[in-house]
Design a protein around this ligand. Structure first.
Ligand SMILES: [Zn+2]
Length: 286
């Protein structure tokens, strides 16, 4: 699932290309994808794009917003004259737009279009008053995050340690619990635990202060790398122009079962924790 770096990359693209456009019409091809006061969108201008954890909010100039969670396979693809020449749209988008994965089409002024694709259809789009965005369960329950981009206070080392101390469960699923910490999913949780040399099965509350500090820094490191290279294009992830990211070329342990650990030479192992593929080096993650 796209995580903080992927969703932030989409946000930056939408902020650059979508802001200032007027939404002339919203065409909904799959009714279940969009809920709320749909008629409020027509004729509005896009003011700014916010991100809260893995959630996106397109703020409109009439005090309404389009709140979105792209879940596993959601894609926003902008087409317009402002798109740089030579932009290489990923094959993850499909050759033609719209296609069978296109469920919502925003017709914009100046002939531009914003497509919402979602092969698995787990994503959602909700149209609500901007003041009510934080009444939506996902946004309301979201924990603090390491790199907020929409005015929130960032998660501190002290808060992080407090979250770990208060949990009786293993560390890895805790890192991915959006109600505790926003924005981290399977890829960056696996890689951060590897960087910090911590076994993903360790009980969170039993980590030492040094380990918790190392993990906090490791999370920052892997998320920063993810942001720098435009996210990881696993699944269907592409940016707002339909271009793939590059973090998959920098995976530390994620998806590398059987490969030799570059640090100690031991084979990277894959287990399942809380239903998710978990990758770690039994040699140096203690
Ligand atoms: Zn190792």
């Amino acid at each position: 699932m796209p995580e903080l770096p992927e969703v932030e990359t989409i946000r930056l693209g939408l902020q650059k290309y979508l802001v200032g456009h007027t939404i002339e019409e919203i065409e909904i091809l799959l009714p279940k994808m969009v809920v709320g006061e749909v008629q409020r969108v027509t004729g509005t201008k896009v003011k700014r794009i916010q991100r809260y954890g893995k959630g996106l909010v397109i703020e409109l100039d009439n005090n309404y917003s389009i709140a979105i969670h792209i879940k596993m396979t959601g894609q926003f693809i902008y087409k317009g004259t402002r798109v740089p020449k030579g932009t290489k749209v990923s094959e993850k988008v499909g050759r033609e737009l719209p296609n069978s994965a296109t469920h919502v089409i925003f017709h914009l002024d100046k002939g531009a279009i914003l497509y919402y694709n979602d092969i698995r259809q787990f994503g959602w789009i909700k149209i609500v008053k901007t003041a009510d965005v934080f009444g939506l369960p996902f946004f309301k329950e979201l924990g603090p995050e390491l790199f907020p981009s929409s005015g929130q206070e960032p998660l501190t080392q002290e808060q992080f340690q407090g979250i770990l101390k208060a949990s009786k469960g293993p560390i890895k699923p805790l890192l991915m619990d959006q109600k505790k910490i926003g924005g981290i999913g399977n890829i960056y949780a696996n890689d951060a635990l590897y960087v910090a040399k911590i076994d993903p099965k360790r009980k969170a509350h039993l980590l030492s202060e040094q380990e918790s500090e190392a993990l906090f820094e490791a999370l920052k490191q892997v998320l920063t790398k993810g942001l720098e290279v435009g996210g990881a294009s696993e699944w269907q992830y592409v940016n707002a122009l339909g271009v793939a990211g590059n973090y998959q070329n920098f995976f530390q342990v994620y998806g590398k079962q059987g490969k030799k650990c570059p640090r100690c030479g031991e084979a990277i192992k894959k287990i399942v924790m809380a239903g998710r593929g978990t990758f770690y080096c039994p040699g140096c993650q203690k």
